[in-house]
Design a binder for this molecule. Structure first.
Ligand code: NAD
Ligand code: GLY
Length: 363
């Protein structure tokens, strides 16, 4: 097991990464205020991992009330959130019990937001079971749900007490979901870690073959990058750069996810295609060379990710992007690449260039 720390003062917490961690309930018990947890999972993950996890917790004297939600991005909404609140109230959960998210990023975001808001906030633990959740969504405290008008539009920052990433769970992940997680892994290389980008190019075949040491290295390096960024700008308040840089490709990507309908494109797939748009715009600004642009596209393609975006119409893209949380006083700020390994937030891109980048990356 490797342990990293998210250095947030009073809200600091460990990220444990390794095989067999679902059995290490001692790691969970150390963070409970009272020996009582509600596990939030879904209909895909629960049959795989819930029973054994519950049995280990109960054996350690921890009371468990599980709730199993429908699977998928289309359920990351207010109606599903309400079923979590109903469950917590029906089970008479008080403010000392802990909400545990067992699943991918959808479950983590939903359960985290329920924990942030139930009785004005209860403790929360992330047990991520997808690559995407292990490298990104379980770390950093962003929680929330989608709104029909925009992705992740309702939410709260609510840090977990602990992230327990059992790498054995990745063995059951479908190939398409593994690739989706790799989009966020590649993101760290592109925005701030050129040596990691080089390593990813050299080791993508090993990652796709799910070699354990390659996956562990990618997860550790991703979490180390994320922890550093979050510790420096927890609430994404930096005027320039900061935590917003973790959103490379996300403004375009969220427009794709909302535009085609939640769940049609996986989040990581939309981020990959959105990253190509951001890289294309960076090239138009004279920052990224043609070779470096093609290098980024080739790595995403090698990871099994889409590099072309759906034809929503440029005006529709721009309308959807205008809801982005990085918009300030009507001005769209995008995360772009100064060069490979260095991202910036930029609000000065000419509308014509943005349109051209969208148009050249669709279809
Ligand atoms: P997901 O949660 O929908 O999981 C993908 C699929 O894999 C689902 O069908 C799930 O049930 C299944 N699954 C989960 N674990 C499995 C396992 N071990 N074996 C087999 N199947 C398994 O999607 P995701 O890619 O994990 O997360 C995407 C979500 O995360 C999006 O909603 C996105 O907005 C959010 N996100 C949040 C943050 C954040 O900082 N909070 C960051 C990135 C993404
Ligand atoms: N996934 C972006 C962030 O956590 O800030």
């Amino acid at each position: 097991m490797r342990t990293l720390n998210v250095a947030l003062g009073a809200r600091a917490y460990p990220i444990h990464i390794g095989p067999g961690l679902l059995q290490r309930v001692d790691l969970v018990a150390a963070h409970l205020r009272t020996p009582r947890v509600t596990i939030v999972s879904n209909t895909v993950v629960a049959p795989l991992y819930l029973d054994a996890f519950v049995a280990s917790l109960e054996k350690a004297g921890i009371g468990v009330t599980p709730i199993v939600l429908p699977d998928g991005e289309a359920h990351k909404n207010a109606a599903t959130l309400d079923t979590i609140y109903d469950h917590l109230l029906a089970e008479r959960c008080d403010r000392t019990m802990t909400v545990v998210a067992l699943g991918g990023g959808v479950i983590g975001d939903l359960a985290g937001y329920a924990a942030a808001t139930y009785q004005r906030g209860v403790p929360f633990i992330q047990v991520p079971t997808t690559l995407l959740a292990q490298v990104d969504s379980s770390v950093g405290g962003k929680t929330g749900i989608n709104h029909p008008r925009g992705k992740n539009m309702i939410g709260a920052f609510w840090q977990p007490q602990l992230v327990l990433a059992d790498t054995d769970t990745l063995k059951t992940l479908p190939d398409r979901e593994l690739s989706a997680g790799l989009a966020e892994v590649i993101k760290y290389g592109l925005i701030r870690d050129l040596p990691f980008l080089d390593w990813l190019e050299a080791n993508m075949d090993r990652l796709l073959a799910r070699e354990a040491d390659a996956l562990s290295h990618a997860i550790e390096r991703s979490c180390a990058n994320k922890a550093e960024v979050v510790a420096a700008d927890e609430l994404e308040m930096a005027k320039e750069g900061g935590r917003a840089l973790l959103n490379l490709g996300h403004t375009f990507g969220h427009a794709i996810e909302t535009g085609v309908g939640y769940g049609e494109w996986l989040h990581g797939e939309a981020v990959a295609a959105g990253t190509v748009m951001a890289a294309d715009l960076s090239r138009r600004l004279g920052w990224l060379s043609r070779d470096d642009f093609e290098r980024a596209v080739a790595l995403l393609a090698k990871a099994g990710l889409p590099t072309r975006s759906p034809e929503l119409g440029t005006d529709r893209y721009l309308d959807l992007m205008s809801h982005d949380k990085k918009v300030i006083a009507g001005r769209l700020r995008l995360v772009l690449l100064k060069r490979l390994g260095e991202a910036v937030t930029y609000g000065e891109a000419a509308p014509g260039d943005i349109r051209a980048a969208i148009e050249s990356c669709c279809g």
